[in-house]
Write a protein that binds this ligand. Sequence first.
Ligand code: ZN
Length: 129
Amino acid sequence: MFQCPHCKNKGIGIWAKLWCGSDAPAQCKYCGELSFVHSRYRFGLQSARPLIVSWLTIGLCIYLFFVSHPMYVLLAVPFIWLAGRFWALALLPLQPITQQQSVACRQFGNGFIVVVAILVITGITIASL
Ligand SMILES: [Zn+2]
């Protein structure tokens, strides 16, 4: 469980934090308030350490495989990657968000998809003329 930015209780579940975004925020089970992990953190900019450590460990596994050929070293790679992702997840800060802000983000996202769809359809129509 992770700490809620509103009430400071550990009310945010692991899966909720893993999948939350500004358009689909995680809900605290104690106070019911919403929070999310900002999308800029999802690209690893603020959590470089877990990414670097997991890549170095994976690199070491591949190196060991080429040096001494034990198959089990390669089996460890996905587990190291997963552990790195969970480590990164635990470090990411949750930001508070209101229901109105979340709805606004969702509407913006939907509007963006509609604009992209219109551009794609227009492009296909022009190309087929
Ligand atoms: Zn809370």
